[in-house]
Design a protein around this ligand. Structure first.
Ligand SMILES: [Zn+2]
Length: 245
């Protein structure tokens, strides 16, 4: 009897070891090449498009109430965001972006540069062209990408459980059809309306304050009892009175 149990445990251990190897294998950095590959380590003082690409990926880590500038200049705010990203994923938290940091980003992004748990299709249920909003299609799509990286940070902070986007980019006609405000950030592509998920509206709204959203609207704010609206415009506007925000 004892020997049989031992044999079962040995078989299970082998199975677990094999699965772990399998998981590591699928997180190969090579898959990131289709999106973007960093060719140098980055630290404070660096400038360039590679810094801006890094800023997009860590835009969800500006600290409470912060919004990281995507200016291609690696200043103290970028260093702090990289440090928070590293802390969130158990990496050496020195604020310098080297191979370990880039590997984690590669593992987190799809070939189209969207984070693994969000997609352009999810952020645009209006049309396939991203046109007809308040900005060019390219700008709307770029804005949505930044929002997705912020949502990925929010999702990770809340235990990596699904976070559902029910509405993202809207053309003027899509926005009118759902009764959106005429100056809605959905017209710019950077807004997302989130379902309650298993986290609950107030948990999501409160945590969102740490992930780069200048606009957070939720329960208690008119027409927002059934979703959390997050967006990234310049002026902070947080209101979810039921949640104490
Ligand atoms: Zn909204």
């Amino acid at each position: 009897m004892d020997r049989r149990i031992r044999r079962v445990i040995a078989a299970l251990s082998l199975l677990i070891a094999t699965s772990v190897v399998g998981v590591v294998g699928t997180a190969s950095p090579a898959s990131a090449d289709a999106c973007y590959t960093w060719s140098r380590a980055l630290s404070q003082g660096a400038t360039g498009e590679d810094v801006r690409q890094l800023q997009i990926r860590v835009s969800g880590y500006p600290g409470y109430g912060g919004v990281l500038a995507l200016d291609g200049s690696y200043g103290p705010a970028t260093k702090a965001a990289v440090t928070r990203f590293q802390q969130a994923y158990g990496l050496t938290a020195d604020g310098n972006a080297g191979p370990a940091t880039f590997s984690k980003i590669y593992a987190l992004q799809d070939d189209d540069c969207t984070p693994v748990n969000f997609s352009y299709a999810e952020l645009n249920r209006c049309n396939s062209t991203w046109s007809g909003g308040a900005v060019s299609a390219a700008t709307a799509k770029a804005n949505a990408l930044v929002t997705m990286w912020k949502l990925q940070a929010l999702r990770h902070a809340l235990g990596d459980r699904p976070l559902v986007v029910n509405s993202g980019f809207r053309s003027t006609s899509c926005n009118s059809a759902v009764g959106g405000a005429s100056n809605s950030r959905h017209l710019y592509g950077d807004a997302a309306d989130l379902g309650a998920g298993t986290q609950g509206f107030c948990t999501i709204a409160k945590q969102a304050r740490n992930h780069g959203f200048n606009q957070i609207l939720g329960p208690g704010y008119p027409d927002h009892d059934d979703h959390i609206h997050v967006a990234n415009p310049g002026t902070r506007f947080w209101s979810a009175p039921t949640c104490g925000i």
